[in-house]
Design a protein around this ligand. Structure first.
Ligand code: SAM
Length: 307
């Protein structure tokens, strides 16, 4: 064991604790699996996959490969977008007979741009329990590393493949006051960026989150005007899996700033910079650090005007 890895000493008691937790029978477990790095799977997920009577999965070869990395062998049920409804009935019957069934997709969280929602719906309608075992999702991973500051996000997922439909779909998102999150297939990434450039203002920030958690992971942020040049600068960039994030509509940014300025100007008459930022953050839900910076600038501007 590497001396800097004391958590390994704790792993065995932690696994014991995981095993002592309750995993009710007659339950469908929706289990998130890695989006690239095979180690990104939770201890509870591994335990449950080992405990389940069967695992419903999108592609049995894919899931068998993941399971074999962890020494797990289980009966697999193929559950993909073409047979989800029929499989749902079979899974429901097995749950009613007192089994535990796990549901996984090829990568990430089932039901997020992946099959799973119809099975969950049927199980719930059938009166049986559904429990999520959370873990990786490409959208949330990309958002967390994007540095785009906005408390709201809007998950779009895949845009329509046809150019006309794609553009009209994007037009409906023009004024959404939230960070937009798109999934895109590698062979459509260039078309997608072109469509974004046609519809949205050139100075909006875009983030490319490519091959997350994999060997060639790349996260790049630039303006929409610079996006096509970045993509074409390296031929590898037309390959690999992408999440694309687009900064919220400028109106939303301006409104937030205006609200923050107004509130801070009142609070600063009575409180310190720190207190004003803290109160404004509690009232507006905006980030305390950003409000502190703004309050500081406002106070300094005010002080120098008084001199
Ligand atoms: N259920 C998955 C989740 O929770 O993220 C999404 C599955 S969806 C069929 C596949 C899409 O997710 C890809 O086309 C890509 O847009 C995104 N994606 C999946 N893995 C990724 C990764 N490692 N890096 C970047 N994007 C990824």
């Amino acid at each position: 064991m590497h001396p800097s890895e004391p958590y390994l000493l704790a792993a065995s008691p932690v696994m014991d604790a995981v095993a002592r937790q309750t995993y009710p029978v007659g339950t469908l477990y929706v289990v998130a699996t890695p989006i690239g790095n095979v180690c990104d799977i939770s201890l509870r997920a591994l335990h449950l996959l080992g405990l389940a009577d069967a695992i419903a999965c999108e592609d049995t070869r894919n899931t068998a490969q993941l399971l074999s990395r962890y020494g797990i062998t289980k009966p697999l049920i193929a559950a993909h977008q073409h047979n989800e409804r029929e499989v749902a009935e079979k899974i429901l019957a097995r749950l009613q007979a007192g089994e535990r069934i796990a549901l996984v997709s090829d990568a990430g969280t089932p039901g997020v741009s992946d099959p799973g929602a119809k099975i969950v719906d049927a199980v719930r309608l059938g009166g049986m329990q559904v429990m999520p075992l959370p873990g990786a999702s490409a959208a949330i991973s990309a958002l967390s590393a994007s540095g785009l500051i906005n408390d709201q996000f809007y998950f779009v997922g895949f845009l329509p493949a046809k150019a006309g439909q794609r553009e009209s779909s994007l037009r409906t998102l023009l004024n959404v006051p939230a960070t937009l999150i798109f999934y895109e297939a590698p062979h459509r990434i260039t078309d997608c960026v072109q469509a974004l450039q046609t519809v949205f203002q050139a100075d909006r920030q875009i983030v490319f989150a490519r091959e997350l958690t994999k060997l060639f992971e790349e996260i790049h942020r630039c303006t929409l005007a610079q996006a096509a040049a970045w993509l074409s600068a390296d031929p590898h960039r037309e390959k690999g899996e992408y999440v694309i994030l687009l900064e919220a509509a400028p109106q939303a940014r301006d409104d937030e700033q205006a609200e923050a300025r107004h509130m801070l100007s009142i609070l600063l008459e009575e409180c310190s910079v720190k207190q004003a930022a803290s109160l404004a953050s509690k009232i507006t839900g905006q980030k305390k650090n950003a409000l502190y910076q703004l309050a500081l600038e406002m106070k300094q501007a005010d002080d120098s005007a008084d001199e």
